[in-house]
Design a binder for this molecule. Structure first.
Ligand code: PLP
Length: 388
């Protein structure tokens, strides 16, 4: 975090401070702080790593939950010129945020979506022959060579032309000039997975069929692979937002910080249970801090604790303290018995993300990945942007 409070701005207006309840306007829910300077630093670090290949930014799903209206301009200011979203509907808000950038829509073209694409001056990533035919028809109807990308499937069986279809398109022409040819790694996050090298080899052969068209393969994990994986343009997403793309990835800067208030302190007796389903039983007289944080905030229910399993941890009074019992919709309980008496008072903030607790740490407790933690971040947090 930059710690530069002079640059803070709260989306919801009012008191922009992230700590302190002196004015009486303390938020009753969580405060999510998004460090745009760290986001920009992460982009610059990846861009430097893959140069001379160019570095785009993937900002689908509202910039992985962080807010595309703030994230995209910060990335643009750092130097990003090309942006990717998933849906045609995501193109218009992105266009408003970065008026002069090149925009691609990864999900491609649905019937009837040409106008939406053109209205946002976005380029579809076409992954099937019918999509290519639709785009070629739109070009013909308008007498224009409208740019679009071609997506080739090299081993994931998700989106993209088969290798044979790509060869056909290369031979017969697409009906427009492709502005990018791309593929996507299925196992970039699994070091040494044999599919990764195979995909690179297949893609290199396909890219050679489209001379002069920039080629793109690498996501965040791909940026960390050797140069031969970078081609002309990389498409990192999660690493920009401080998520880990590889267990061994170099530490990028954390971008999100989440603090939530303690709304009640209580004491439970040995043998009593905590929360729904009586899933956790207290083994000693215990002090509990009840947090204003639940699964409706994207604090995944799967990160809850029971007698059989440890749950997530939060930081209170500078110490990591464990969840006890299940995560409710709006609440969860933290065991603070090991903290000194009086170390926590009502209205204090627990750190859920930040101070060494990463989105990947939280994800691990819920049996998921940092991507899901980021894109689940709650809509009712007060959002504060730093360094924008
Ligand atoms: C989401 C996505 C990316 C970004 O992936 P990260 O793992 O978040 O870096 C890149 N390319 C495509 C096609 C994607 O769908």
């Amino acid at each position: 975090m930059s710690g530069d409070t002079s640059k803070e701005s709260a989306e919801t207006g009012g008191d922009t401070r992230t700590t302190g309840a002196a004015t009486g306007s303390a938020p009753a829910g969580g405060v999510l702080t998004i460090d745009l300077a760290a986001l920009a630093d992460n982009w610059r670090m990846l861009a430097a790593r893959i140069a001379p290949a160019a570095c785009a930014a993937v900002v689908k799903a509202d910039a992985y939950g962080l807010g595309v209206a703030r994230a995209a301009p910060a990335l643009r200011a750092a130097g990003a010129r090309t942006f990717f979203v998933a849906l045609a509907e995501e193109a218009a808000p992105l266009r408003a945020a970065v008026p002069d950038a090149t925009l691609y829509v990864l999900g491609g073209l649905l019937p009837g979506n040409v106008d939406a694409m053109l209205a946002a001056d976005a380029r579809p990533v076409l992954g099937s022959l019918p999509e290519i035919a639709d785009w070629a028809a739109a070009c013909a109807a308008r007498g224009a060579d409208l740019p679009a990308a071609l997506h080739v499937d090299t081993g994931m069986n998700r989106l993209g032309l088969s290798l044979e279809e790509a060869r056909q398109v290369a031979e017969r022409g697409a009906g427009f000039t492709p502005s990018l040819v791309m593929t996507h790694l299925a196992c970039g996050d699994t070091p040494g997975h044999p599919l990764t090298a195979l995909q690179r080899e297949r893609f290199a052969a396909v890219a050679a069929l489209f001379p002069g068209v920039p080629a793109s393969l690498a996501n965040s994990a791909g940026c960390l692979l050797p140069r031969s994986y970078h081609f002309d343009l990389a498409r990192p997403g999660v690493a920009l937002y401080g998520g880990r793309s590889l267990a061994s990835a170099p530490a990028l800067k954390p971008v999100v910080r989440l603090e939530v208030p303690v709304i009640q302190l209580r004491t439970g007796e040995a043998g009593e249970s905590v929360g729904y389903g009586a899933a956790s039983t207290l083994t000693r007289r215990s002090r509990l801090a009840i947090l204003s944080l639940g699964y409706a905030d994207g604090f995944l229910r799967a990160s809850g604790a029971s007698d059989a399993r440890r749950g997530a941890e939060v930081i209170l009074a500078g110490q990591r303290c464990p969840l006890v019992g299940r995560v409710s919709m709006d609440l969860c309980a933290i065991d603070i018995t090991d903290l000194p008496d009086g170390a926590v008072t009502r209205g204090d903030r627990a750190v859920v993300l930040g101070d060494g607790l990463s989105v990947d740490d939280l994800a691990a407790h819920a049996g998921t990945i940092g991507y899901e933690v980021l894109t689940s971040l709650g809509r009712r947090y007060r959002r504060v942007y730093l360094g924008g």
